[in-house]
Design a protein around this ligand. Structure first.
Ligand SMILES: Nc1ncnc2c1ncn2[C@@H]1O[C@H](COP(=O)(O)OP(=O)(O)OP(=O)(O)O)[C@@H](O)[C@H]1O
Length: 233
């Protein structure tokens, strides 16, 4: 059994404020992710790449299709039909999501944001603090920023904090939406090291990339998206 089997996935948005206009972001997506594998997806802006990741993470509820996932918590489960409670549990313990956009509660410092992830997953506070510091250093987030609020961080700083938050829990399955966007070469190296490290430990991943050189060095399989459809390359 693969880790994730997506069949006939489609997502259509209904824009009620525009007289019911519809936008079909992705259509008839079929994808198999084996345990421990890394799939890379490229494609033009607006092709529907992020929509696939957001359906898997259940930020969006798919319009059609199934996404059967081998969960540690629940066994085989269709993420398209899982309850909100099941999704919350799976996000907490199994699936990480990284993007450049950061949604944090106000007045939570960068260090606390990483510590919280670990504590929510069951770590002790002292251990969480040490691990959080180590991973923020790994991703080159300046220690002078650790005790400040991330809402003023640059795009690259937000991304590095997001990477630290998602990767520190060593999730079983990681979704990466442009994990190297707006990073300098040193930070890209840190992301690559962490990806290779997670791969060695068996983490399965799906990532969206505009940086094809970076992608080709880390993924096992590549797909290209065009007009909402997924094609092999
Ligand atoms: N919440 C939403 N409501 C309405 N339309 C949406 C929504 N999310 C995405 N879309 C539309 O779906 C299409 C695909 O968007 P998506 O973000 O998946 O593309 P993408 O390939 O990830 O693009 P990019 O590389 O620019 O991030 C776009 O036309 C977008 O406007």
């Amino acid at each position: 059994m693969p880790l994730l089997q997506i069949e006939n996935l489609s997502k259509t948005f209904h824009l009620h404020q525009f007289e019911g206009k519809r936008i079909t972001a992705c259509t008839d997506i079929n994808l198999t992710l084996k345990h421990g594998a890394f799939i890379g997806i490229t494609g033009k802006s607006g092709a529907g790449k992020s929509t696939i990741l957001k359906c898997i993470y259940r930020t969006y509820i798919p319009t059609e299709g199934t996404m059967v996932y081998e969960s540690d918590c629940f066994g085989r489960i269709d993420l398209a039909k899982a309850t909100e409670r099941e999704i919350v549990d799976i996000r907490l313990k199994e699936i990480g999501y990284v993007s450049q956009f950061l949604k944090l509660l106000p007045r939570i410092t960068a260090l606390e944001a990483v510590e919280q992830e670990l504590v929510a997953a069951g770590s002790h506070v002292a251990a969480a603090s040490a691990e959080a510091r180590a991973i923020l250093s790994h991703f080159g987030l300046s220690p002078s920023l650790w005790d400040t609020y991330p809402n003023t961080f640059s795009g690259g700083e937000k991304l590095r904090l997001n990477l630290a938050r998602a990767m520190v829990k060593r999730p079983k399955f990681l979704l990466l939406d442009e994990p190297t966007a707006s990073l300098d070469n040193g930070s890209k190296e840190a992301v690559r090291d962490m990806i290779m490290d997670l791969k060695k430990q068996g983490t399965s991943m799906i990532g969206i990339f505009h940086d094809l050189d970076f992608m080709e060095k880390v993924v096992d399989e590549e797909y290209n998206m065009r007009d909402g459809r997924l094609m092999g390359v």
